[in-house]
Design a protein. Structure first.
Length: 411
């Protein structure tokens, strides 16, 4: 199986897919799957554009809306996680994962799915310590603080991933695991990106939760994005233990290392995205603990037994089948023939896929819960040169031994 991995998409679906098509022609090969490491920007219409966490002058409709509308179809099965520049109202509808468009699957705020017999996990968002132990208190319309804090990683989602026991083949995170620079050529990195130097030396560059998951899951492959540069590393988990090949990728721009193709051993195709039995059992077990106030999880929550839920899910999947629920439009797509307006979003929109999944798992739908804390979000501080806030950087000239494809038409 050949899998392409892309760094930050930033709404440039057309360019990434076109690059893969040219690669197939030049290399006489076939790509089976595309993975994206965040900042996907699944903007469907003007409402989503207002919830996109970028400065207003940089807000653009991008190309995703054409795929959501059905005007075009993704030429490759695509799986993506969320970053820190997303239309969070859309991704919140698909909190547990689901089709963002035909052939384009969002892995959820945390999630695991299968593609053929390859198991793919991921964690959306970026780590900010002030919100890690909080619940998801944000609600529409987003305040200036909420539009940023909603994509901050929560312990609740990390704890669910820490309950995964079966092997993960590929893991995706938007920001890098903390300490990953110790396992690669960090001197070359800071030569190209000197403003990372202090964080690398202080060992504060990256995400503590991602590092925790890396140590627990130990997948053969781990891919990240966020810092707009490429960086390879090799992690040996203990003496004689498994090895994780890490690679961070850039954003989709000409002459940037934003794309990598790997070949991984798998069962013969055809391949399709399917639900993961263990992960659905974890969702079912944890849904009653979903923290929707500022308080987060109860302090006693640690290890939960999912064995009964696992057997229950297995029986239900054997009856229904393992394909995700079908894609359904949940809102009006963008109409390019009409001028872009500046609407105000006041309420959550339920996605039929999420409703169907909750009915299947016999769990209540909680994403529009009104039992939220009403106090204002605490003020966030974002240092001007904090690498983890994903500043737009100069061209990346880092060279390494991993061949990365990154040269789309600049049209």
């Amino acid at each position: 199986m050949k899998i392409a991995v892309e760094g930050c998409m930033h709404g440039e679906l057309d360019k990434v897919y076109a690059t893969l098509k040219r690669l197939e022609e030049v290399e006489n090969t076939k790509i089976d799957l595309l993975l994206c490491c965040g900042d996907f920007q699944a903007v469907r219409n003007e409402n989503d554009l207002q919830c996109l966490n970028v400065k207003p002058k940089y807000r653009e409709m991008g190309t995703f809306w054409k795929y959501y509308l059905g005007q075009v179809k993704a030429p490759y099965p695509t799986i993506f996680i969320g970053g820190n520049h997303e239309a969070s109202n859309h991704l919140w509808e698909l909190y547990y994962g689901g089709w963002a468009a035909t052939n384009i699957f969002f892995l959820g705020f945390s999630g695991v799915v299968k593609f053929g017999n390859i198991r793919i996990g991921g964690l959306s968002g970026i780590y900010k310590p002030q919100h890690y132990l909080a619940g998801y208190f944000e609600k529409l319309p987003y305040s200036e603080n909420d539009i940023r804090s909603v994509y901050h990683v929560r312990y609740y989602d990390v704890l669910k991933l820490l309950h995964v026991e079966e092997p993960i083949d590929i893991f995706l995170s938007h920001d890098w695991p903390l300490g990953i620079t110790d396992y690669g050529n960090w001197q070359r990195l800071i030569k190209a990106k000197p403003f990372f130097k202090e964080e690398v030396e202080r060992k504060t560059l990256g995400s503590k939760p991602a590092a925790l998951l890396l140590d627990k899951l130990r997948p053969p492959y781990w891919f990240s994005a966020h810092l707009h540069c490429k960086f390879p590393a090799m992690i040996q988990h203990g003496e004689g233990g498994p090895v994780t090949k890490f690679l961070a990728l850039d954003k989709c721009l000409p002459n940037r290392g934003f794309l990598q193709v790997i070949e991984i051993q798998s069962d013969p195709g055809p391949y399709e995205i399917t639900y993961d039995e263990e992960w659905l059992a974890i969702i079912r077990k944890f849904n009653g603990l979903f923290p929707l106030t500022r308080n987060g999880l109860p302090p006693w929550v640690d290890r939960l037994d999912i064995r009964e839920d696992r057997e229950w899910v297995k029986n239900r999947l054997d009856e229904r089948g393992r394909k995700p629920f079908d894609f359904v439009q949940s809102t009006r797509p963008f109409d390019p023939s009409r001028p872009i307006s500046n609407p105000s979003i006041t309420m959550h929109c339920r996605n039929p896929q999420t409703e169907s999944l909750m009915l299947f798992l016999e769990q209540p739908y909680l994403l529009d819960s009104t039992n939220r804390a009403s106090t204002e979000a605490q003020s966030n501080t974002y240092p001007s040169r904090d690498a983890n806030d994903d500043a737009d950087d100069d061209d990346d000239n880092v060279d390494d031994d991993i061949e990365v494809v990154g040269n789309p038409d600049d049209e």
